[in-house]
Design a protein around this ligand. Structure first.
Ligand code: SF4
Length: 375
C-alpha cells in the first residue's frame, strides 16, 4: 500500500496553482498536527499491519515544516504502520526552503531517500510571472545542497508552455537542469486552471503564452533531449534514469491501494474511495469525530476500468487489454475497435503484445485521446 501525507501550507499562492493550500501560521500548524496525528493512529490501526511500500510527503509545501515536526510525523507513522524495509520515501521541497545542508541532512536522517524539487523554470523573469518565491540561482543552489547532503535520488519539476517562455528558453532550462545530474525529471505542460489569477490574467489578455505549435515543439523536443541524455520517458510528464522511476506514482498508476492522510487527501482501499476535507478547520473537526461518517464511494468495475484507461494510457507501458476485460467482462477491442484503428493509422497509438500505448505524438494529445475511451 502507498501512503501519501498532505502538508497543506504555502507561504503564498503561486499564480497558476489550484492545489489546496493555506497560508502558514503556527496556530494552523498546531491544529494540523493534532488532527494528522489522530488520523495516523486511526488509519494505521485500520490498515492492520499491511505493508507500506512508499511514503510521499506532498503539498502544499512540506519543507515549510521544521525537521523536528516532520520527525514527529514520521515517527508516528512508523509506529502505527508497517513500513517496508525497501521503503521509497519522497519529500517535495521548494528551493527557498533549502538554505543550507542542515535541512536536507535532517531529511536524510529521517529516512527520506528521494527529494522532488519544485524548480519550475530557470528563468527569473518567468518565475516572477508565476509568482514563485525563488530565483533560478536559489533552485540551483538548493539542488547542490541536497546532493551534498547525500540525497542522490533527486527529481526536478519543470514546466513548459509558461507566459513569456520561448522554445530556446525551455531547452536552455533543460540543459542547465541536467548539470545537476537529476535521476528523475518531471516536465508538466502549464494548465490554466479555472479561477486562478493566471487564468484570469490570460482571459484579460495580460499574459503571453507560447503559441500551440511552439508548445508542441517544447514537449516533443524537450522529451527527445532528455531521452538523448539517458532520462527515459515512462509517463506523459515523467522521465527517469534506469532504476529511478518514482515507485509511488508507478504504484498509483498500476492501481495499488493508497492511503492519503491530511487535508484534501484522497484514499482508495479495497475498492472504497474517500476524500478528506480541504480546510484545516474542517479536517480538525473530522478528526475530533475520529473520521466517522465520511462519505464513501464504492468503485464498481466500470469506474475502475475508466481509471485504468486514464492512468495506463498516460504511461509508456500502456493499457493491458486483459486487465480491462477482467474488470469489465468486455473485450476492449470489440468495444473500441474503430477508435483504436484510427489512432494506430494516424501513428498516435500502437497495439502490441496485448497492450495499447500512445506514441510520443499521441502523448502530446493524451487527454483528448483518453476521453474517447471513457464511458
Ligand atoms: S508552492 Fe506549490 S502548492 Fe504552494 S502555491 Fe505554489 S505551486 Fe501551489
Amino acid at each position: 500500500m502507498l501512503l501519501y501525507i498532505h502538508v497543506p501550507f504555502c507561504r503564498s499562492k503561486c499564480l497558476y496553482c489550484a492545489f489546496f493550500s493555506q497560508v502558514y501560521t503556527p496556530e494552523l500548524e498546531q491544529s494540523y498536527f493534532q488532527a494528522l496525528a489522530k488520523e495516523i493512529r486511526i488509519r494505521g490501526d485500520q490498515a492492520g499491519g499491511k505493508e507500506i511500500s512508499s511514503i510521499y510527503l506532498g503539498g502544499g509545501t512540506p519543507t515549510l515544516l521544521s525537521a523536528l515536526l516532520l520527525t514527529k510525523i514520521i515517527d508516528l507513522a512508523a509506529s502505527h504502520f508497517s513500513l517496508a524495509p525497501e521503503l521509497e520515501f519522497t519529500v517535495e521541497a521548494n528551493p527557498e526552503d533549502i538554505k543550507d545542508k542542515d535541512y536536507p541532512s535532517a531529511l536524510k536522517d529521517l529516512g527520506v531517500n528521494r527529494l522532488s524539487l519544485g524548480v519550475q523554470s530557470l528563468d527569473d523573469e518567468v518565475l516572477a510571472r508565476l509568482g514563485r518565491r525563488h530565483t533560478a540561482d536559489q533552485a540551483m543552489r538548493a539542488a547542490v545542497l541536497v546532493r551534498e547532503a547525500g540525497l542522490d535520488n533527486l527529481s526536478l519539476d519543470l514546466i513548459w508552455g509558461l507566459p513569456g517562455q520561448t522554445l530556446e528558453g525551455w531547452m536552455e532550462d533543460l540543459e542547465t537542469a541536467l548539470i545537476l545530474d537529476p535521476k528523475h525529471v518531471s516536465c508538466y505542460g502549464l494548465t490554466l486552471e479555472p479561477d486562478t489569477p493566471l487564468a484570469r490574467m490570460n482571459e484579460a489578455g495580460q499574459t503571453l503564452l507560447p503559441e500551440d505549435h511552439v508548445q508542441s515543439r517544447m514537449y516533443l523536443l524537450g522529451g527527445q533531449f532528455l531521452e538523448s541524455k539517458g532520462l527515459m520517458q515512462y509517463e506523459v510528464s515523467n522521465f527517469a534514469r534506469q532504476g529511478f522511476i518514482c515507485m509511488h506514482n508507478a504504484g498509483y498508476w498500476e492501481g495499488e491501494e493508497f492511503l492519503g492522510l491530511g487535508p484534501s487527501a484522497v484514499s482508495t482501499v479495497k475498492g472504497i474511495r474517500w476524500k478528506n476535507p480541504g480546510k484545516i478547520q474542517d479536517y480538525s473537526e473530522l478528526a475530533e469525530s475520529s473520521f466517522k461518517n465520511m462519505e464513501l464511494e464504492e468503485l464498481d468495475g466500470r469506474k475502475l476500468a475508466n481509471e485504468r484507461i486514464m492512468l495506463c494510457l498516460r504511461t509508456t507501458k500502456g493499457l493491458k487489454l486483459s486487465d480491462y476485460q477482467e474488470s469489465t467482462g468486455e473485450d476492449f477491442l470489440d468495444r473500441f475497435r474503430d477508435q483504436v484503428n484510427a489512432l494506430c493509422k494516424n501513428k498516435l497509438a500502437v497495439l502490441s503484445k496485448g497492450r495499447l500505448s500512445l506514441t510520443k505524438t499521441g502523448m502530446l494529445v493524451s487527454n483528448s485521446i483518453i476521453e474517447r475511451f471513457i464511458s
